[in-house]
Design a protein around this ligand. Structure first.
Ligand code: ZN
Length: 259
């Protein structure tokens, strides 16, 4: 494989043999300036010739740039896919535990927080919830600071939700949410309606909304309308910090094991 350049349009490309015309502009001949007897004259020559060293270097440079861009894009896609994968596992796990409204919604907020904060911090946090007396040993929060941590998680989550809503626009935000119910698998038992998370109903650009879609408004039925931020704002962080239910602790133990 050799590199050739078109005299007419300067396109440089690889080919097995010298082509008779340019694959880009289609020309077979080109007028080039040649110096004859001290004067510049135009002469018609074949359009395609072998590339010069400068053209080869330029071609290699651009090729490397494009490859680096593609690799970065691929990397971004992989990161987005693994975040969606984590979200699906997390929500599926949550739906297996029947938590009361505030704990369920807080668990969603934690899911978002776990996705966006360093895992060492999260592990320390879970340790503090599961074993408040031992929290110091794991670099976790002391039991007395847990309500503040919960409040902080809740604030970050609300703020991200509003950012996502602004970036999508109200209409698309509402549509995206409703789409979940139309496309998702409906899971109905005696007292609840559930939609299992799938690749299709989660959007990598809206990490908080992905969790919020599974918020419980009026226990134990999930919201069938655009997420209501009130359900998040009114979570009683102090109660969750001071009196966590056994089921909630069991859920966090399971989460710890999938991290
Ligand atoms: Zn050309």
């Amino acid at each position: 494989m050799k590199l050739y350049t078109c005299n007419a349009c300067r396109y440089t490309f690889p080919a097995e043999t010298l082509p008779d015309r340019c694959p880009d502009c289609g020309k077979a001949t080109a007028n080039v300036k040649v110096c004859i007897g001290g004067k510049n004259k135009l002469r018609s020559v074949p359009a395609i010739r072998e590339s010069t060293d400068t053209e080869v270097a330029e071609y290699e440079r651009i090729k490397k740039e494009i490859e680096a861009e593609l690799a970065a894009e691929e990397e971004q896609k992989n990161i987005a896919a693994s975040k969606i994968d984590y979200t699906i596992r997390y929500i599926t796990l949550l739906l297996q535990h029947k938590l009361q409204q505030d704990e369920h919604n807080m668990a969603l907020i934690l899911g978002y927080s776990f996705l966006t904060l360093p895992s060492s911090y999260i592990k320390g946090f879970i340790h503090s919830v599961l074993e408040p007396d031992q929290a110091d040993r794991f670099g976790g929060a002391s039991a007395s600071s847990l309500p503040d941590r919960y409040t902080e998680f809740r604030r970050r989550f609300s703020s991200e939700l509003q950012t996502e809503r602004r970036s999508l626009g109200d209409f698309e935000y509402g549509e995206l949410y409703l789409g979940t119910w139309e496309e998702g698998t409906l899971f109905v038992d005696e007292e609840s309606v559930r939609v299992l998370p799938t690749q299709d109903n989660l959007n990598p650009d809206t990490p908080a909304l992905n969790f919020m879609k599974y918020a419980v408004c009026d226990e134990p039925v999930l919201c069938l309308k655009t997420p209501n931020l009130g359900t998040v704002r009114h979570i009683k962080c102090k109660d969750i910090a001071e009196h966590p239910s056994e089921e909630y602790l069991a859920f966090l133990r399971d989460v710890y094991n999938i991290m």
